[in-house]
Structure formats: C-alpha cells, structure tokens
Design a protein around this ligand. Structure first.
Ligand SMILES: C[S@@+](CC[C@H](N)C(=O)[O-])C[C@H]1O[C@@H](n2cnc3c(N)ncnc32)[C@H](O)[C@@H]1O
Length: 283
C-alpha cells in the first residue's frame, strides 16, 4: 500500500452514454443508434414505420420490437411518440397496426389517443370493400403528456343565435339568445391531400415512395412540443419531420437505414435553408 497519490489506482470515470448533438441526420438502424443514447431526453417523436412489406425499402430488415423498446427508453417523462401506420388490406386486413399498439402499451406507454389520418385523394379502391382512405396515428405518451397546444379551427356558424337550453327535470326545452363560439379544438380525424402540392411541394422528396404530408407532421409538432424542444424521427425517409421541426423552431434528429433516402432528406433540408450539422456517422 502506498499513500503516494501518483501511484494510487484512479477510479474509472464512466461518463455514460453521450447525448446526441441535434440538427443532424444519422445513417443506420434506428434501434442501434438509439441504443447508444441516454434515457429520458427526447421530447417528441413523429414517425412512420415500413409496414407489411408494402413498399420496397431496399430489403432492409425492420425490427419493430427493438425500435419500440428504444423509443420508450429515450422518451422523456411526459414526452410523446406519434406512430403513423396503416395495414395491408388485400387478403384481409393484416392488423399489424393493432398488434404494434398493444406492444407499445405493454412497454409502458399510455395510448393517449388513436387518431385518424384521412387521405383526401386516395387510390386504394377495392372491388369488395369500401375505398380505404385512412391510416392510424397512435399518440403514445410516457405518463400524461406535459405539452398540449390544441390546434383550433373556425366553427361553421358564429355570432348570436337562439340556443336550446338543456332540459331541466320539467322536461321542457327553453331557448335563449347566446353567442356561438368562433373557434373550437379540432377533432382527432385529420384530413390531408396527398401527392405533389399536398404531401409536399419539394419535388426531390418524391424519390421516396411513402412520405407523410408536411402538414400532418407540423400539426403534431405544434400540438405536442414547444419551441426549442428536441424532436426525433428514427425512420425519417425524405426528412419530413426534420424539415417541419426546423421550420417551427424545434431541434431535430433524423435517422434512416438507407443512404439514398438520407441523401434526399439532406438535399431537401438544405434546399429549404435548413442547416444539417456534422456527417451521417458522428455521434
Ligand atoms: C414510411 S417511410 C418514412 C417516411 C417519412 N415519414 C417521410 O415523410 O419521408 C419508412 C422509412 O423507414 C426506413 N427504415 C426501414 N427500416 C429501418 C431501420 N431499421 N432503421 C431506420 N430506418 C429504417 C426506410 O428506409 C424508410 O425510409
């Protein structure tokens, strides 16, 4: 034993996993990259997975359970994950969306809302069923969401009208003049036009086969996050969430397993005057 501090064994300093730097795009498997990050720090994720092999994503393997598990780990308490997903419909609905929803619940997420993304113009007509015009938007929260900035819309009628009072125990409807509200909180069914001009006006982005509309991403971003928050899309495709996060003064991190799609996202962001920091591999 020696008391000489120069010879004393230094305890190993373990700094823990490093926080990722914001406003960048990362190339790789979403789960693998998230696994390198600390717990509880992402404010909001807005994402859409590849589902039921409906599109050719260049044969990449998609391990849903690992991505979901990592999303739960890195989301902060009160943070939200918006998971936009549909089902294969030919040959009977696959119900992949429902299975994923139950898995998320099993991890500990609250199913805060099941919202509908309605497509105003939809090509999915079927001979033996009604035209499929929607996907699901699961709003998952880690505990109660700490941020909710409800989007309002104009009411159809406003001004003063004779309104019916609730019946009292006498069963008689009474009427009185009152002012109608000018706006109300939107319902949980959101409709968007899809295609060029609807989904986005960035032509380059259509090199990706399955984007969600910019407006959809923006509406969730405004609802569940505040300026300065850190937003994630672990399967960012053409970078829709990243673009709308930056435009709305949030920080972003986008991950995709395909370099081709990430290049599209980078070009698209830069074309819109959005800075993309670092390279695809830096932590
Ligand atoms: C439905 S698209 C997302 C499109 C995106 N929301 C947009 O608006 O551009 C799904 C994306 O997941 C990517 N992907 C598939 N497996 C992945 C994985 N394991 N890790 C990260 N990204 C993955 C695909 O390359 C594809 O771009």
């Amino acid at each position: 034993m020696t008391n000489d501090p120069m010879n004393a064994v230094q305890p190993e300093i373990f700094a823990g996993p490093a926080m990722p730097t914001p406003n960048r795009l990362r190339l790789g498997d979403g789960a693998e990259i998230m696994r390198q990050w600390p717990e509880n720090f992402i404010d909001l994720t807005v994402t859409s997975p590849p589902y039921d092999n409906l599109r050719d994503y260049k044969q990449y393997v998609f391990d849903f359970e690992s991505i979901a598990t990592q999303l739960y780990r890195i989301t902060r308490q009160g943070g939200v994950v918006v998971w936009v997903v549909g089902d294969r419909i030919n040959g009977g609905r696959s119900l992949t969306s429902f299975r994923q929803a139950l898995f998320f619940q099993g991890l500990g997420f609250d199913m805060h809302d099941v919202m509908i993304y309605q497509k105003k113009n939809t090509p999915f007509m079927r001979k033996t069923a009604y035209t499929n015009a929607y996907e699901m938007m699961f709003v998952l929260s880690k505990g109660a969401p700490t941020t909710f900035n409800p989007i309002k819309e104009k009411t159809v009628r406003s001004g003063f009208e004779k309104l019916t009072h609730n019946k009292l125990s006498d069963g008689i409807n009474k009427k009185r003049v009152a002012e109608l509200k000018k706006e109300k909180t939107k319902t949980n069914i959101w409709s968007y036009a899809v295609g060029l001009g609807g989904t986005t006006s960035d032509k380059i982005a259509f090199q990706h086969p399955a984007m969600f509309p910019e407006k959809l991403a923006q509406d969730h971003i405004l609802s569940w996050s505040d300026e300065g928050d850190l937003l994630l899309d672990p399967m960012c495709g053409a970078g829709t969430t990243c673009k709308m996060a930056a435009i709305n003064k949030r920080n972003y991190i986008g991950i995709d397993i395909s370099q081709e799609y990430l290049d599209v996202a980078k070009y698209r962001l830069e074309q819109n005057g959005i800075a993309v920091c670092g390279d695809y591999y830096e932590r």
